[in-house]
Ligand binder design. Structure first.
Ligand code: ARG
Length: 600
């Protein structure tokens, strides 16, 4: 194997086609993203598990009471019965002392173990599983790196598996007659093969799965390999193919495209092709579950292991299910988590109206931008703002001052400032929170929160028909080139306000430092505009929303109108506060529950 590799390499020298070949492989990986060391626990890139929530970019353990209450009993290795899989996994996540054993309530003689047999070292061998009073080897059938990683992780090898195809032979002095094996079917992030479901099948000694786990010494540190975050190295060809070879998913999270087996999420993640249109959102933007007509991967898959049913008929062969696959429970529990409603407008014509300009702009009609608010100080329309739920308005720091909260009024539902349209409401302000690192000279951290006063005898701020815009927890939800909408009551190119709510479609612009060399801070700001500069925000629009829609037409406040060199100038696009950078700051003040749409 090695020799062939060397020969090929030698042959390659000077041959340009080989070079382009390796370039293509390298090209799929986004180097800048790789520096962030994302794993399956990075909620910038992936959804957390139902028993986890997303805090400061990482999935951390939930407390069991934060799981759904549904009773779908499962039994743990400590002999304790839990209400459901989420609650058990939450306990496991917190204490590492318990694992899934079976579904249903616990019976007396439950135990699970996994050992590696007949290898040359501790870290390899045939995979033998003991479940209750059954001891059996795992089948080669369906055995892949996904299952092998789970087995190795269970044995304590943090890097998972390095090989799942190696064969191991019974020593001559061992006389066993193999009649059956256990087939496992994992998703890849389980912590024990029991969770993957174990089905007994007829087998002989040639049908058994072997594994080589990643033990530190076996590192192959050569050029053609990819360093997983967990310390393992895998061949470059195995990155960005939708398969979690690393075991921590780090080979699939920074991809500019995917190899054949993978579906490319717009967030730069490769997921298995089978996850496309399977009824579960896997890409954070939801792009794996749109345009699914005729593509349905759901229902068609082999009739999944279900509850108490203990036999399935695969051909003539009768197979016994020893342990249920927990994937259905996982999905069901996920659907039972609390959900907030945001970003959905009662009116969708905005997307297909012809585009004009907000500097100039298109006049909005009722329900187009139900999160848009107008902030008044004294007699003047002062700034725009965005309703994000509860009693909270997001706006620009440069729009408000802390000590004059009593002077502001927040108007919702305004479309026409001269001839008031119906449905307008006015609220007083209780408090203004300005970002502590806001700089009036550089416009860094130009973000503030306004808390509205509650209605006299109500506990809430009922702002209906105002709908909150969603707040993004991840900086990967939208990318340069995506189309978004800016809206506001601000000025056209002329000197005066226009007194009508207007909107325009703009494109997110990457590399904005080239327009504003020393003034643009990539971590905190985003640029948006059009190639000809014809659409832009302008004076008076500040604090208002730049919203982008995900694949399911859910609107997120992605930017807050902050600054720009003049208005509608193609050399100087509009600059916005990058809201996703402030998710934690916002949730600290308004409460995570209010704005966490996923990963709650
Ligand atoms: N700072 C301005 C305001 O107070 C907003 C400017 C936005 N300018 C732009 N070209 N996008 O209203």
């Amino acid at each position: 194997m090695k020799l062939i590799h060397c020969l090929l390499l030698l042959l390659c020298v000077g041959l340009s086609f080989c070079k382009t070949l390796s370039l293509i492989q390298q090209d799929l990986l986004d180097e800048k993203c790789l520096k962030e060391k994302y794993t399956h626990q990075s909620c910038e890139k992936v959804f957390c598990q139902p028993w986890e929530r997303c805090v400061e970019g990482s999935c951390i353990c939930k407390l069991p009471y934060q799981c759904p209450k549904a009773v779908m009993s499962v039994c743990s290795t400590t002999g304790k019965t839990y209400n459901n899989y989420c609650q058990l996994k939450s306990h496991e996540c917190l204490s590492q002392k318990t694992k899934f054993l079976t579904n249903g309530t616990c019976h007396s003689q439950g135990q699970f173990d996994l050992s590696l047999k007949f290898g040359d070292t501790e870290s390899e061998g045939l995979v033998e599983v003991q479940l209750g009073n059954t001891t059996a080897f795992i089948c080669k059938k369906n055995w892949s790196i996904t299952e092998a990683n789970v087995a190795c992780l269970y044995r304590g090898f943090k890097g998972g598996a390095v090989d799942y195809k190696k064969t191991f032979n019974f020593p001559d002095d061992v006389d066993v007659k193999i009649t059956d094996c256990l087939e496992a079917n994992c998703r890849g992030l389980e912590t024990t093969l029991a969770e993957c479901g174990l089905t007994k099948r007829k087998a002989n000694s040639k049908d058994l799965a072997g594994v080589v786990c990643h033990a530190q010494e076996t590192d192959l540190l050569n050029d053609g390999s990819f360093p997983c975050v967990n310390g393992k190295y895998i061949p470059l060809e195995q990155t960005c193919d939708g398969i979690n070879d690393c075991g921590d998913q780090s080979d699939e999270l920074c991809c500019k495209g995917c190899r054949s087996g993978g579906f490319h999420c717009k967030s730069g993640v490769c997921i298995p092709k089978e996850y496309q249109c399977n009824g579960e959102m896997d890409c954070i933007k939801g792009d794996d579950e749109v345009n699914c007509e005729g593509l349905g991967h759901s229902e068609v898959q082999d009739s999944e292991v279900q509850g108490t049913r203990n036999f399935e008929h695969a051909g003539q062969e009768q197979a016994e299910i020893l342990s249920a696959n927990m994937d259905e429970d996982r999905k069901l529990l996920k659907s039972l988590l609390p959900q907030i409603s945001c970003g959905v407008r009662n009116n969708t014509h905005v997307t297909h109206v012809r585009r004009k300009r907000i500097v100039g702009g298109q006049i909005a009609t009722e329900g187009d931008f139900p999160w848009q608010v107008t902030i008044k100080e004294g007699e003047k329309i002062h700034c725009g703002g965005v309703y994000i739920g509860g009693c909270w308005i997001l706006t620009a720091a440069h729009c408000v001052r802390k000590n004059v909260a009593h002077r502001y009024l927040v108007w919702t539902g305004v479309l026409d400032w001269i001839r008031f349209n119906p449905g307008i409401a006015v609220q007083r302000v209780n408090r203004v929170i300005i970002h502590e690192n806001y700089s009036g000279s550089t416009y860094q951290n130009d973000i503030a929160l306004i808390e509205l006063q509650k209605h006299p005898n109500k506990a809430t701020c009922e702002l209906a028909p105002t709908t909150p815009a969603c707040v993004s927890w991840s900086q990967y939800l939208f990318n340069p080139g995506d189309k978004c909408f800016v809206s506001g009551l601000g000025r056209n190119k002329g000197p005066r306000n226009l007194f009508r709510l207007r909107w325009g479609e703009v494109k997110l612009i990457g590399n904005c430092s080239k327009y504003y060399s020393n003034r643009f801070f990539e971590k905190e700001m985003i640029c948006a505009g059009t190639d000809d500069g014809s659409i832009d925000a302008c004076k008076g629009d500040s604090g208002g929303p730049l919203v982008c829609m995900n694949s399911n037409n859910v609107s997120y406040v992605w930017g807050i109108v902050s600054w720009g060199e003049n208005c509608g100038n193609p050399e100087f696009p509009g600059v916005y506060t990058k809201v996703s950078n402030y998710f934690d700051w916002i949730s600290f003040h308004v409460g995570r529950r209010l704005i966490s749409q996923y990963n709650v």
